[in-house]
Design a protein around this ligand. Structure first.
Ligand code: NIG
Ligand code: FE
Length: 399
């Protein structure tokens, strides 16, 4: 999607608590201010000052003492698919385990869907994400797994998300069973050829039942040579080499990080690779959560994202993910909010989003709450009142 920047300026007045994520601007690591006005002009934050002192603007959002936070940065979703897997979820809640193979039922449905059908689903989910406060969205292919289907899934992804990822290496499709090496050659050869121009990132599901570290490395190397940035689905279901590989390859993000040992932790801590935690997946597969405390206490940069997909985490709500991170992973409400905004921006190597300092993109959420802690404190309650991206009101409960 091309970012639409608002023509006129927008004043958000009477903000009770403003989280800027710019420590120099206010209190604590989140740079919190109280009783302020904020103006967005030319798509960027142009003014922050005491309430009542803002210059006149073309449009007005009255915060009326509420809390305003940076728009959420959801750095990991899979929105291009057809069908759902409610039956698989129901069976899992009755005791069935989750296996990487479940992906194949979505692949079959996706392959038989029309381009328009795929676009309809992805658009609906992207709008749902916006209504829940997401202003920067990443999404990927990975349910096509043929040159044609991956390529058309990326076309759809590019229409609904700012950040697009090629995930031809999600699982080995059935027609390549027993010929995994041939599939890897396809993914790093003709499929990459067809997909590279449609994506900014390449991701690999490095896992038992998906791709081993050697195959994953080959694919990532080929993608890097084509100018793509790298991300890895790493150490989700079992302990493996994914996290170390992500660090070795200089990936922007190692996603999941559920099964980590000392060496993984040290590798992450000494790197620029962000650990992106996706607790919606552990919630919906009823499995153990990643050790966020250990990561944070080891100075690893942590991001939170939804992983929205029909198999393991069918949610677009970053607020829900924040609540899980606080309750289940012992992150403080401040750490969780930072990870869902500035952390996501780091995971996408973006410095224009995820914060609300002067010159940052004018992406914000007005919460129907006095403080940001309410995001975790009021689980399951949609507190998102108004969502602004680049100075545009893109969702509002009271328009
Ligand atoms: O991030 N881990 C791999 N991919 C998805 C699950 C995809 C699916 O089950 O359809 C994930 O959890
Ligand atoms: Fe995922």
């Amino acid at each position: 999607v091309r970012l639409e920047v608002a023509r006129g300026s927008l004043l958000v007045s009477g903000i009770g608590e403003l989280v800027t994520n710019r420590p120099g601007l206010g209190a604590g690591p989140l740079g919190v201010l109280h009783g302020v006005d904020l103006v967005i002009d030319g798509g960027e934050v142009a003014f922050i000052g005491a309430a009542g002192t803002a210059p006149p603007a073309d449009a007005l959002v009255e915060a009326a003492g509420r809390c305003v936070v940076p728009g959420f940065v959801d750095s990991h979703t899979h929105l291009v698919f057809a069908g759902d897997r409610a039956a698989e979820f129901t069976a899992r809640m009755a005791g069935e385990p989750y296996e990487a193979g479940g992906i194949l039922s979505t692949v079959a449905a996706t392959r038989s869907a029309s381009d328009l059908g795929l676009l309809e689903v992805a658009t609906k989910l992207a709008r749902e994400a916006e209504a829940h406060g997401t202003t920067t969205l990443e999404t990927k292919s990975g349910y096509g797994l043929s040159v044609l289907d991956e390529s058309r899934c990326l076309d759809v992804a590019g229409k609904v998300a700012e950040e697009v990822t090629y995930l031809g290496a999600h699982v080995v499709p059935p027609e390549y069973r027993g010929r995994e090496h041939d599939y890897v050659s396809l993914v790093k050869g003709p499929m990459l050829e067809a997909c590279a121009a449609k994506a900014k990132w390449c991701d690999v599901f490095c896992e038992k039942g998906a791709f081993g570290p050697e195959a994953a490395r080959e694919i990532l190397q080929a993608a890097r040579a084509r100018g793509l940035g790298l991300r890895v689905h790493a150490n989700q279901l079992t302990h493996g080499e994914g996290v170390k590989l992500a660090v070795e390859m200089g990936a922007a993000s190692a996603d999941h990080c559920t099964h980590l040992d000392r060496a993984d932790l040290e590798a992450l801590a000494g790197s620029t690779t962000v650990a992106t935690l996706l607790p919606g997946a552990e919630f919906s597969t009823r499995s153990g959560y990643p050790d966020a405390r250990l990561l944070l206490d080891s100075q690893v940069t942590v991001a939170l994202a939804t992983d929205c997909n029909p198999g393991t985490s069918y949610t677009t709500s970053m607020a829900f993910v924040i609540a899980l991170a606080v309750r289940e992973m012992h992150m403080t409400p401040d750490e969780a909010l930072w990870a869902a905004t500035a952390g996501g921006a780091r995971a996408l190597r973006r410095d224009d989003v995820g914060a609300l300092g002067l010159g940052d993109r004018g992406d914000l959420v007005v919460l129907d709450a006095p403080t940001s802690a309410h995001l975790a404190y009021r689980p399951g309650v949609d507190l998102v009142l108004t969502v602004v991206r680049a100075g545009h009101v893109i969702a509002s409960k009271r328009l």
